[in-house]
Design a protein around this ligand. Structure first.
Ligand SMILES: [Zn+2]
Length: 167
């Protein structure tokens, strides 16, 4: 079958980003032994990533590039926050510059932020996604396309390549 909403897809991929000089930098990959498995059209993946895979079938190979805008967005220079250092002292764990730390906002949303500076009173963090501002180059092969089970549709995610890894 062809990839369409409510199909479960297993695929391999290699992700590269490009530097401003146009050089490709390897980021991560999933191979045939441990492929990426997801419920297509469930909003788990980047929308443009899914768009490029539409109608592909088992055995098809793909490669495409997403602009930063279609990936994790452009870098927002205003997305910096200064947090009181007491926050970290109370938690008993002082971060270092360069660390990526988990944070939670007032609405209870979890996200990760990179520490860009530490003074005696504040910890400055960058709220941009680590992949913001980068073009994403994906390449790989479609291994499996199957209809989602009722349970997978109810849960809104895939249960492994064969649909039996329930959770
Ligand atoms: Zn589940």
């Amino acid at each position: 079958m062809n990839i369409s909403p409510n199909s479960v897809v297993a695929l391999t991929y290699e992700l590269h980003t490009t530097t401003p000089e146009g050089q490709q930098v390897f980021v991560e990959k999933a191979n045939e032994e441990n492929p990426l498995v997801f419920l297509y059209g469930a909003g788990m993946m980047l929308p443009k990533f899914e768009e490029h895979l539409a109608n592909l079938k088992e055995g098809d190979e793909y490669s495409f590039e997403l602009s930063a805008t279609d990936g994790y967005g452009e870098i927002d220079p205003g997305a910096h926050v200064d947090l009181p250092i007491e926050m970290f002292k109370d938690a008993g764990e002082m971060p270092n510059v360069g660390d990526v730390i988990p944070l939670q906002d007032n609405q209870g949303n979890h996200f990760r932020a990179g520490v860009t500076g530490i003074s005696e009173t504040i910890v400055s963090v960058d709220l941009n996604h680590p992949m913001a501002g980068k073009n994403l180059i994906f390449a790989g092969k479609i291994l499996v396309v199957r209809a989602a089970t009722e349970e997978e549709l109810n849960h809104g995610h895939a249960h492994g390549v064969d649909g039996h890894a329930g959770h």
